[in-house]
Design a protein around this ligand. Structure first.
Ligand SMILES: *[C@@H]1O[C@H](CO)[C@@H](O)[C@H](O)[C@H]1NC(C)=O
Ligand SMILES: *[C@@H]1O[C@H](CO)[C@@H](O)[C@H](O)[C@H]1NC(C)=O
Ligand SMILES: *[C@@H]1O[C@H](CO)[C@@H](O)[C@H](O)[C@H]1NC(C)=O
Ligand SMILES: *[C@@H]1O[C@H](CO)[C@@H](O)[C@H](O)[C@H]1NC(C)=O
Ligand SMILES: *[C@@H]1O[C@H](CO)[C@@H](O)[C@H](O)[C@H]1NC(C)=O
Length: 447
């Protein structure tokens, strides 16, 4: 990988990396934090980069145009939801590396994602996850992968959690067996009040590190408008994450009601109350779409455009123009926020004393996973009849039940789980409904 940093890096890293030359230092997860190779703690100032639904990392020229604006914001991470593992990502990934920007990438697609309804984890899904890892492990600025995004969206969805963990277990084992570097494997959770804090704890409570996530992240829209650390509920998120044994961060944030967005929550996340626990935040999202969460736009109307990529009525290519005043508001926030965290050498002295957390007990009508039951094996499908545990099911043949991708719940008015999703819903639709419900959740929190 050639880059302008290639000359400087060996000097910086001399002694640390005798054999290989990295253009950009890799990120590793140690205990509950992320670190650069030089031992400085890494905090994400991220952007959800969802330019096109399929893969925004294949057009180097477009990536460069976007990177210039991202760097202006102070971005050091992007999140990409779907990629095509067979496409060429070198131009984009190199350009992001040159700008010091890391990638957190989802391993699934609409057809391979783990479902909440009739959850299963099978060879087809695993093979696709492997392909994405094979492609992106070659880039030093791949900082993490997600085995799922918002798989669990309702209070009664907990039986899907072991399948998320089974996917993490298998992809971690594959990563290690292939001799890839230890790219952290995590999950991005919907902010569902009924599942908190059980889901968060379940995915990190296994004593054998092979069987737990390397990081956990939350899509949270609790801080809306002129709020505060306590009014938003962030203080409770903080309370329940204080002794968390693996890195935790916001994988989506940036409530947009009321507009404009001030991004005051960033000051809390990177400030004294939370920066000792949380590893930063990813702002939802880069491109302006119907849901009004964009930081930039490529033009108001696609009608006149020729030669440009248009989907859902939005131009998805071209010169990025900041959405005002949101873009500047975020830029101002991030410019003032520079937590130093802890140095790896100091942290290592205490990391062995991080104790594991307790697995949540299964409760009647609540969290339905028996913590002592083994994780699903590859090929297993959840059987609704065998409640509370993931029991041995089909082995590899695949069951037709697995193709029912509809997750429905009647919206409870006291939870952020008021989500209705049809089988063909795109992630964006899912998110849009979560945004609405998250707002309701935040209100409910106040009542
Ligand atoms: C460690 O590396 C990061 C990323 O290159 C850099 O931002 C930071 O300043 C470095 N820290 C020190 C102490 O040199
Ligand atoms: C941890 O789990 C892995 C994978 O399941 C297994 O190979 C290993 O033996 C386990 N380690 C311990 C200490 O039980
Ligand atoms: C924090 O955990 C407690 C149980 O330990 C739970 O009742 C509460 O809802 C959680 N709060 C949040 C914001 O997750
Ligand atoms: C695995 O599940 C997917 C749906 O998630 C299905 O399309 C595929 O055929 C299944 N593969 C096997 C081997 O059962
Ligand atoms: C799919 O699941 C939903 C919700 O559980 C159910 O109402 C529907 O009948 C199922 N459809 C099929 C084809 O199994």
């Amino acid at each position: 990988m050639l880059s302008s940093l290639a000359l400087a890096a060996p000097l910086l890293l001399a002694g640390l990396q005798a054999a290989t030359v990295s253009a950009i230092p890799t990120i590793s997860a140690v205990g509950s934090k992320f670190f650069y190779e030089n031992g400085t703690q890494y905090y994400l100032k991220g952007i959800a980069y969802q330019l096109t639904p399929n893969d925004p990392l294949t057009d180097g020229a477009q990536c460069k145009r976007d990177i210039a604006r991202m760097s202006e914001l102070g971005t050091n991470a992007i999140r990409v939801y779907h990629v095509d593992p067979t496409a060429d990502h070198k131009a984009c990934m190199t350009a992001f590396a040159d700008a010091g920007i890391y990638l957190f990438v989802d391993l699934d697609t609409f057809s391979t994602q783990i479902e909440q309804t009739n959850p299963h984890w099978n060879q087809t899904q695993f093979d696709h996850f492997k392909e994405v890892l094979d492609e992106f492990q070659q880039f030093d600025n791949t900082a993490g992968v997600f085995v799922g995004n918002e798989v669990l969206t309702t209070a009664d969805g907990s039986h899907a959690a072991p399948y998320v963990l089974a996917a993490a277990r298998d992809i971690k084992a594959y990563r290690d067996q292939k001799g890839y570097r230890e790219i952290p494997v995590g999950y991005s959770a919907a902010d569902i009040a009924d599942l908190r804090p059980m889901l968060q704890n379940y995915l990190a409570c296994q004593t054998n590190s092979s069987d737990r996530l390397d990081f956990y992240s939350l899509n949270a829209y609790e801080w809306c408008g002129d709020s505060s650390y306590t009014v938003s509920g962030y203080n409770m998120l903080q309370k329940n994450a204080t002794d968390y044994p693996i890195p935790i961060f916001f994988s989506e944030t940036g409530c947009n009601t009321p507009a404009p967005r001030m991004f005051d929550d960033q000051a809390a996340i990177f400030g004294k109350d939370m920066s000792g626990t949380w590893s930063g935040a990813i702002i939802y999202e880069w491109i302006e779409e119907t849901n009004d969460y964009g930081l930039i736009s490529y033009g108001p109307s696609a009608k006149a455009a020729t030669n440009t990529l248009v989907e859902d009525g939005y131009t998805r290519k071209g010169t990025p123009t900041p959405v005002s005043p949101d873009f500047t508001n975020l830029k101002k926030q991030w410019a003032t926020l520079h937590p130093t965290g802890v140095h790896l050498s100091d942290y290592k002295k205490s990391v062995s004393s991080i104790s594991s957390i307790e697995c949540p007990a299964s409760t009647k009508g609540g969290w339905a996973v028996d913590p002592s039951s083994p994780l699903p094996t590859l090929g297993q499908t959840y059987k609704a009849t065998s409640q509370a545990t993931a029991t041995a099911g089909s082995t590899g043949q695949g069951t037709s039940s697995g193709s029912n991708a509809s997750a429905t719940s009647s919206g409870k008015d006291n939870a952020a789980g008021a989500v209705t999703v049809t089988g063909l819903a795109t992630e964006r639709l899912l998110m849009a409904s979560l945004f609405l419900s998250a707002g309701m959740g935040a209100l409910a929190f106040l009542l």
